[in-house]
Design a protein around this ligand. Structure first.
Ligand code: TLP
Length: 347
């Protein structure tokens, strides 16, 4: 019941662990739209506790968690400040505009995933009927398109202070917040403390099959619950899914350090191959962004095809860029196979 492929396209490809499948089979359930699923209730309590917030809401995906947060924080025509390579701006089907009617104001993400504090301050709209009302700032930690980089507690705190100084809300897309927490050696709640709301995913590096949590104060979660229903995310006997999430939080967080160590080990080998370099070196967490230069024997897309024939799934971003993600199902044996295949093709 492992994984049939060595798959480094994403940590979203992770299958549930045997312990998760057992917990799912045995889960006590109820109708969660009536608020009667005890397993969902337990997961939400655990999530709120882990993030140091009053309440939490179980939703089907990270995309829905971020959109429900935007709906719960902003009214139509209001503005959200977010990074130009943030997941919410790039990869969530434009939901903030299409569904919430919220105007995205992008600022350049710096290489480390942060937004410049002075740039945020400058982007805040004056009180003027010609402008939309600035309502929300969104950060992402770890930052996917910035190499899986980690935002520090100090930086998050400074954005939190800036937001409260201007009466703005702050949301954190913490899809991989536990990777950030483990990399920094701090509890996740310290990274979530300065923000009004935080979302995190169970179905990425933590291996659960489905689900994300949105956390914040009671009033915010009340509004988010209505938004979830509007988006079609009110689920019935969702305890079947939540049961895997409980195992994810109990058993899968501390081990993320192993993924980070394997990502660094992979980097050590790949950076030595002719024409290959890492865009973030060493890799900050569980992702590697690989660049194929002129001296590389084959390009990124050709590598994807050649690896597939060896039972290894990779994905290229362009002809000369590739993202590899290390996760639970990439153990030392799989890692050595990947290293061997890269050396054979590109060495
Ligand atoms: N990321 C996926 C793809 O959509 C790119 C991946 O393979 O990394 N926030 C962040 C930071 C994410 O990386 C993702 C998914 C999401 C939100 C959305 O989560 P889901 O896929 O559950 O909607």
């Amino acid at each position: 019941m492992g994984m049939p492929w060595i798959d480094l396209r994403s940590d979203t490809v992770t299958h549930p662990t045997p312990a998760m499948r057992r917990a799912m089979a045995e889960a006590e359930v109820g109708d969660d739209v009536y608020g009667e699923d005890p397993t969902v209730g337990r997961l939400e309590e655990m999530a709120a506790e882990r993030m140091g917030k009053q309440a939490a809401l179980f939703v089907p995906s990270g995309t829905m968690a971020n959109l429900a947060a935007i709906l719960a924080h902003c009214g139509r025509g209001e503005e959200v400040i977010l990074g130009d390579v943030s997941h919410t701006f790039l990869y969530e089907a434009g939901g903030s505009a299409a569904v919430a009617g919220v105007h995205p104001r992008t600022l350049p993400n710096l290489r480390d995933g942060t937004l410049d504090l002075a740039a945020i301050e400058e982007a805040i709209r004056p009180d003027d009927p010609n402008h939309p009302v600035t309502r929300l700032i969104c950060l992402e930690n770890t930052h996917n398109r910035c190499g899986g980089s980690v935002l520090s507690v100090e930086y998050t705190r400074r954005v939190g202070e800036l937001a409260s100084r201007h009466g703005l809300r702050l949301h954190l897309d913490g899809a991989r917040i536990f990777n950030a927490a483990v990399a920094l050696g701090v509890p996740a709640r310290e990274l979530a403390d300065p923000v009004d709301s935080v979302s995190f995913c169970l179905s990425k590096a933590l291996c659960a099959p489905v689900g994300s949590l949105l956390c914040g104060d009671e009033a915010f979660i009340g509004r988010a619950r209505r938004a979830r229903k509007l988006l079609g995310g009110g689920m019935r006997q969702a305890g079947i899914l939540a049961a895997a999430g409980i195992v994810a939080l109990e058993e899968m967080v501390d081990r993320l350090a192993e993924d980070h160590a394997r990502a660094r080990r992979l980097a050590e080998v790949l950076r030595e191959l002719p024409g290959l370099s890492l865009e973030w070196d060493p890799p900050p967490t569980n992702m590697l962004y690989l660049r194929f230069g002129e001296k590389a024997k084959i390009n990124a897309r050709e590598t994807v095809d050649a690896m597939r024939a060896r039972g290894i799934r990779l994905s290229a971003l362009t002809d000369d860029r590739m993202r590899l993600v290390v996760h639970y199902w990439i153990d030392d044996g799989a890692l050595e196979q990947v290293i061997g295949a890269f050396a054979a093709l590109l060495g």
